[in-house]
Design a protein around this ligand. Structure first.
Ligand code: SAM
Length: 285
């Protein structure tokens, strides 16, 4: 394989747009019980993981996604003790969550093969997080887990694939309703919610479904070059609107107190990430 082409599509419709990675070497390729998995090496992005033909994470720019998916809700909450991660098989979000002084980080991933292969071939993503005594890895469907568990959590992070294949159920109203039941008072749910320039309907759909369960729903933005199409939208849902409008000054003491370095997240980026350009804000209807 000389090139890996990620063809962007919305269901069956192709946007007539693709990105192409030069492939130095295919490290692993096979079908798991749930999805087609490939890990390949590239000159610029390092190693890259794709599932069902969709780029999931690259060694070069994964920090821009994992830092924002973890630190925005955890610093906004202020004292998260129990965190739930749905998906996140590569371990990047788990790594970032465990940099906080949390009691437990429960990770519910449907496909053990993703975890095993990323630990073996992209170990820098989890960076030992799976061996942290606070980490609890469960291999099951996230939809089933939130429907059946009696545990509660201060922050729930949905680091899912796109709403196709096994990830589709993680964009359903039933899933969001159960996540709501599993959150402690003042709890925060955040979600991987696609690239608005190509997947605007995902923002609109999630906004509607989350709004039926939570009093305050919006999105915040990050930019991950390998998620082609510009801004990446991350869903935000709580019952306390004040959590979303905290200022850089509110967040800064918590970030400084945590005492760890980041490459994308800062308190200023945190506050600015919630500023939605009109072309994205208009999708919230
Ligand atoms: N950063 C990526 C993105 O933005 O698309 C997502 C990364 S992570 C690899 C996505 C994970 O979600 C995969 O490991 C996949 O197996 C997992 N997943 C998909 N559907 C799931 C489900 N129903 N329950 C739990 N995990 C699921």
């Amino acid at each position: 394989m000389k090139y890996f082409n990620e063809v962007l599509h919305d269901g069956a419709v192709s946007h007539g747009y693709a990105q192409r990675f030069e492939v130095s070497r295919v490290v692993y390729r096979n079908k798991t019980d749930f999805q087609d998995l490939i890990i390949f090496e590239t000159p610029h992005f390092g190693r890259v993981l794709a599932l069902d033909g969709i780029i999931q994470t690259t060694e070069r720019d994964e920090f821009a996604y994992h830092e924002m998916l973890a630190h925005v809700p955890l610093f906004a909450h202020g004292e998260p003790a129990r965190v739930l991660i749905i998906g996140g098989g590569d371990g990047g979000v788990l790594r970032e969550v465990l940099r906080h002084d949390v009691e437990t980080a429960t990770m519910v991933e449907i496909d053990r093969t993703v975890v095993d292969l990323c630990r073996e071939y992209m170990p820098g993503l989890s960076d030992g997080a799976f061996d942290d005594p606070r980490a609890d890895l469960l291999i099951t469907d996230g939809l089933k887990f939130v429907a059946e568990t009696q545990q509660t959590f201060d922050v729930i992070i949905v680091d899912s694939t796109d709403p196709v294949g096994p990830g589709e159920v993680l964009f359903s109203e039933a899933f969001y309703a159960d996540c709501k039941k599993r959150l402690t008072p003042g709890g925060i749910l955040v979600t991987q919610n696609g690239v608005p320039s190509f997947q605007g309907d995902e923002v609109t759909n999630s906004y509607r479904r989350l709004s039926s369960q939570f009093a305050d729903v919006s999105f915040y933005l990050t930019v991950v070059p390998s998620y082609v199409g510009g801004f990446m939208a991350l869903g935000w849902a709580t019952d306390d609107a004040a959590l979303r409008v905290q200022t850089q000054a509110d967040i800064a003491p918590r970030f400084e107190g945590a005492g760890f370095a980041t490459r994308y997240y800062t308190p200023a980026v945190h506050a600015a990430a919630f500023a939605l350009p009109p072309f994205i804000a208009e999708l919230l209807k």
